[in-house]
Design a protein around this ligand. Structure first.
Ligand SMILES: Cc1cc2nc3c(=O)[nH]c(=O)nc-3n(C[C@H](O)[C@H](O)[C@H](O)COP(=O)(O)OP(=O)(O)OC[C@H]3O[C@@H](n4cnc5c(N)ncnc54)[C@H](O)[C@@H]3O)c2cc1C
Length: 344
């Protein structure tokens, strides 16, 4: 009897598991991938898509196609509950699936803005944002406000300015912009924003937008919130709701459930929510799924960030180093396209 391996979410680690297991042609596992979308978006290229540099078709992993290629089962549905006690997952389509081994790679959700309004659009899930962005492109918009202070807010603001030619502003908390990055990166980023006439307002933490004018759009790029799935499950979580894992990526106290990427917190580390970590966790997850001898994941102390800064330019930030220019955009473009190509 083959072991039932259920992969929950088509994030940056699982996409690697699919390819590796498909190439190994392991007789040990019967693989099922459950994802709420059949086309998983690659966030690194999202600002480029919004700016009109990439086509929509270029920023997706076709999860269904990958599963079909390797003979894996693909289920398009949202997982709403996981039980470690029963070794089962509940799906939004009313299915209940049993597993021998499960792995979770479902990313995050943005902090909510209280006001429900169609002109307030969250960056995640990216698939929904893409559809809404295509509608915005056909509407008359006079002002776009991006709420958030991280790399995504910076890149998306620039993309909006390049594509829409309207007034663009970033609304951040009093902490300001790119606070997790070095001071030179912050300076270079602010210089670029000034040059592109994008205003940064760091007045207060925005949790509500009371008045929305016609022709105005708000894009929500706030910090990460844990997925609601963990509230309904019996897995150990941190105070802020992220699933707790050992450095082997096994969920604490479990011997058959793994979690990777933004949705988990690894014992002893507080990692930024960035795709680079989910990517590096992929090979460790693959090894640990296939072997009884579990390997530890050791995150890199400093990691490379490439922030698109407009007009095919980018800021490279690595530890205390920071540079801005065209070369770095070409580097980012090459890294992103190579990653996508590996799985297409
Ligand atoms: C605009 C933007 C630009 C960014 N640029 C970069 C960058 O250049 N470099 C970088 O390192 N990071 C970047 N990030 C951060 C990066 O997107 C995340 O850190 C990364 O995607 C996390 O990967 P993951 O594998 O944890 O999850 P994700 O990539 O978010 O994948 C999770 C998948 O699971 C699916 N899913 C979610 N919930 C469920 C559920 N309940 N059931 C089934 N399926 C589910 C989702 O649809 C999604 O396909 C950017 C983020 C944004 C918003």
């Amino acid at each position: 009897m083959k072991k039932k391996l259920v992969l929950i979410g088509g994030g940056h680690s699982h996409i690697q598991v699919l390819k590796a297991f498909g190439q190994i042609k392991s007789d040990e596992f019967q693989v099922t991938l459950i994802s709420d979308v059949a086309l998983a978006s690659y966030s690194g290229m999202l600002p480029g898509f919004m700016a009109g540099v990439y086509e929509k078709s270029e920023l997706h992993f076709d999860l269904k196609k990958i599963c079909d290629r390797y003979g894996f089962e693909f289920i398009e549905s949202k997982v709403i509950k996981i039980s470690q006690k029963l070794n089962q997952v509940w799906l939004a389509n009313n299915q209940i699936l049993s597993f021998d081994v499960a792995s979770i790679d479902i990313g995050i959700e943005p902090q909510k803005i209280n006001t429900q309004h169609q002109q307030i659009i969250e960056l995640k899930p990216i698939s929904k944002l893409i559809d809404k962005w295509e509608k915005i492109l056909n509407t008359e918009v006079t002002k776009i406000s991006i709420i958030g202070g991280g790399a995504a807010a910076f890149e998306v603001a620039i993309a909006c300015q390049q594509k829409m030619q309207c007034q663009v502003q970033i609304l951040t908390s009093p902490n300001g912009l790119l606070k997790s990055m070095n001071s030179k990166t912050q300076r270079l980023a602010n210089q670029r924003l000034k040059k592109l006439r994008i205003q940064v307002r760091s007045e207060s933490v925005i949790s509500e937008i009371p008045l929305i004018k016609e022709n105005e759009v708000y894009l929500v790029a706030t910090s990460a919130r844990a997925p609601d799935l963990f509230k309904n499950s019996d897995l150990p979580t941190t105070q802020d709701g992220f699933v707790k894992v050992e450095d082997t990526l096994l969920v604490e106290g479990c011997e058959n459930i793994y979690a990777t990427g933004d949705c988990c917190q690894i014992k002893g580390y507080k990692l930024p929510k960035a795709g680079v970590f989910a990517v590096r966790q992929g090979p460790v997850l693959i090894h640990n799924l296939l072997s009884t001898k579990q390997r530890s994941y050791k995150p890199q102390q400093i990691f490379l960030s490439l922030l698109v800064s407009g007009n095919k330019r980018a800021i490279l930030s690595y530890g205390s180093l920071s540079f801005e220019g065209r070369l770095f955009w070409y580097l980012k473009n090459w890294i992103d396209r190579s990653f996508i190509r590996k799985f297409s």
